[in-house]
Write a protein that binds this ligand. Structure first.
Ligand code: GSH
Length: 212
């Protein structure tokens, strides 16, 4: 199995996490941000992640990829799901974007490995999220706005090894978002969120992204 991905992409990390939980080998191919041709060549449009199965067939939806990976051998994500967690994740990805999007291009990630790739990201994402320097200058405000969501998650987490007590798709919804927002230097997770983040990342064998 081969995943075409960006290092900063939380949807990609869902799939990488699912494979890591099962100790399954997943070949990771980081695409340059401006390499739309590779994506179009594989699936006819610009989208990441793309999972190419062993039979050469590509998949386009990250949760389908997670289910596919998890269905190989003994499933790992067998625990219950809670609607509150999916709702929390849907909100959190929106609210954390002003903090995460203007930071990714500063982290030295491989998808921004050429000037053209970096400029491609900056130009496109600034149109959607606004001026990156201004967003970063408002870091304190965005962190304050995000803390209630992190406190909510703190109350929802049941165990440091699984948000609902046993590993489930909800862990795949939550952990990649925490990995993303952990790039914000100065943002302190509440205790249970921190324990969960650290124990899950260590369990799957991934280092957090750099912080800035
Ligand atoms: N439904 C898809 C959504 C994929 C998606 O929205 N990917 C975005 C975020 S990584 C994307 O392709 N972005 C390409 C871009 O940055 O232009 C999934 O969950 O896999």
């Amino acid at each position: 199995m081969k995943i075409y991905m960006f290092e900063h992409c939380s949807l990609c990390f869902r799939v990488r996490m699912a494979a890591a939980l099962k100790r399954l080998h997943l070949q990771e191919v980081v695409v340059l941000d401006d390499d739309t041709d590779t994506m179009v060549g594989l699936v006819g449009k610009r989208v990441i992640p793309i999972l190419v199965k062993d039979d050469g067939q590509p998949m386009l939806e990250s949760m389908d990829m997670v289910n596919y990976v998890d269905s190989r051998g003994e499933p790992a994500l067998t625990g219950p799901e809670r609607a509150e967690i999916a709702a929390w994740a849907d909100q959190f990805i929106q609210r954390s974007a002003p903090l995460t999007m203007p930071r990714y291009p500063l982290l030295g990630l491989p998808e921004f490995g050429t000037v053209a790739a970096l400029d491609h990201y900056n130009r496109r994402k600034r149109k959607v999220f606004g001026d990156f320097v201004e967003l970063r200058a408002d870091t304190r405000r965005y962190i304050s706005q995000l803390m209630p969501d992190l406190e909510t998650l703190d109350r929802l987490i049941e165990r440091p090894h699984a948000v609902n007590g046993a590993l489930s798709l909800d862990d795949v919804r939550v952990l990649p978002l925490l990995r993303s927002v952990a790039v914000v230097k100065g943002l302190r997770f509440p205790q249970k969120v921190r324990d969960y983040f650290e124990s899950m990342m260590s369990h799957i064998g991934y280092r957090p992204l750099p912080t800035v």
